[in-house]
Design a protein around this ligand. Sequence first.
Ligand code: HEM
Length: 238
Amino acid sequence: MATETLSPKKVNWFVAMMSSSLGRKLIMALTGLFLILFLVVHLIGNLQLLKGDNGEAFNKYAEFMGHNPLIQTISIGNFFFIFLHIVYALVLTLQNTKARPQAYAYSRPEKSSAWSSRNMGILGTIILIFLVVHLQNFWFQAKFGFTPEATYGTQKVKDLYQITATAFSQLWLVVLYLIAMIGLAFHLSHGFQSAFQTLGLNHIKYNGLIKTIGLLFSILVPAAYAAIPLLMYLKSLN
Ligand code: HEM
């Protein structure tokens, strides 16, 4: 029955579950996997910047994404998931610090866990700083700033390619992107595997494969992202 589905007992169970340590980890894993998916789609779109067509394909793609109601709805979800991922990361970090206020005298964390897994907070903060600069440069500019227009036949669109090319002609910004993509690579290298483990999607038979796919993903995706500002900067020198 519908009333049965929303009984206070079940709501309480859900709230208790989501406030538990396992619930928090579950939210980190699910939001993380969604953000990984976003990274792939965003990368495919952005690689069109390198097509050498003066931005025509990229501008048309950005116009479609900016006006499609389904994409706009997913975009709201995306911002919500980024927010949840950050808030729960802070809660988990505080919880872990509280649980172990003093480091074990004889612990050698470097022996028992990877560097990235012990520094997810620092790596996440680098990505957050990058994201604030990134959204201000591109998203805010596209939505609320002045953007020049490009005309393709009868279609008039925002010339986001021009905005991107101007941004990536600045060396400091390109360096920031490169540092952030190194941070993203380490963050993903732990996050990918950790998400699978939390969701119970690991199996002794497939753990090696998941590890390899995770590692390849963590290197290739940030490397492809880093190539965009780097190549556009080199192009701007000509
Ligand atoms: C280095 C290459 C990248 C380029 C050229 C690029 C370009 C852009 C552009 C042009 C927009 C605005 C699109 C619009 O609103 O019409 C945008 C939005 C966005 N970018 Fe990037 N981006 C890059 C990397 C990244 C990375 C690595 C992340 C995440 C770690 C990221 C996260 C976002 C987010 C969250 C938005 C807002 C998306 C939305 O409206 O839902 N971007 N990007």
